[in-house]
Design a protein. Structure first.
Length: 195
């Protein structure tokens, strides 16, 4: 009898987890622009990408050095890429950031870069909560990666311009701020235009 109750409870818990994951995926499936939650001015820090930051988020206007990231350290392949951050915006707290970066793979990894990057993320953050999703934003295919780790979360959007630049738009925030800023982030990403 006790085993039966345990199995029933386990089934409910698993169903609840699946429902949470489905709701999480739906979060960005129907994006709408709320002009009261975004900056009036769009930015084009990378050729072929235009977006309005969330309302009140300030451009740091600081020069950021290119960062070299080795996929091989995790995937055990001789692959790496440069992350060239072009714009950084800060929200209402220092831990709320929006970065717009170009990802430049080595010639060895260019063909399968996005797939390799996903595998890199899965392995690097294997002990954390990770969700992947494919979206269409303004008729353009965009990949979403959400990572939760130690009270912080990262929501990354990867897209490719017509001249094959791979661009990552990342929102980083404390998990406790999620409810306060998610509608602003959704309105911001809804303005994304890729040329």
């Amino acid at each position: 009898m006790n085993k039966l109750i345990l199995y029933i409870l386990l089934a409910f818990m698993l169903a609840g987890c699946n429902l949470f994951r489905q709701e999480n995926k739906k979060e960005f499936s129907e994006l709408k622009i709320d002009s009261s939650k975004i900056s009036k001015n769009s930015i084009e820090s990378i050729k072929g990408i235009q977006i309005n930051p969330p309302l009140g988020w300030r451009n740091l206007n600081s020069l950021i050095e290119s960062k070299r990231i080795s996929l091989g350290s995790v995937l055990h392949k001789d692959e790496s890429f440069s992350l060239n951050t072009k714009s950084v915006f800060i929200g209402n707290s220092p831990n709320q950031l929006m970065t717009i970066s170009e990802m430049i793979p080595d010639s060895n990894s260019a063909n399968n870069f996005v797939e390799n990057y996903f595998n890199f993320i899965k392995l690097k953050f294997r002990n954390d909560e990770i969700n992947f999703d494919k979206l269409i934003i303004n008729r353009h295919a965009t990949d979403k990666i959400e990572i939760k780790k130690e009270g912080l979360m990262s929501i990354r959007f990867l897209t490719q311009t017509s001249d094959n630049r791979i661009v990552q738009i990342e929102f980083t925030l404390p998990v406790k701020d999620y409810e306060k800023v998610i509608e602003n982030i959704k309105s911001s990403i809804a303005t994304l235009k890729v040329f």
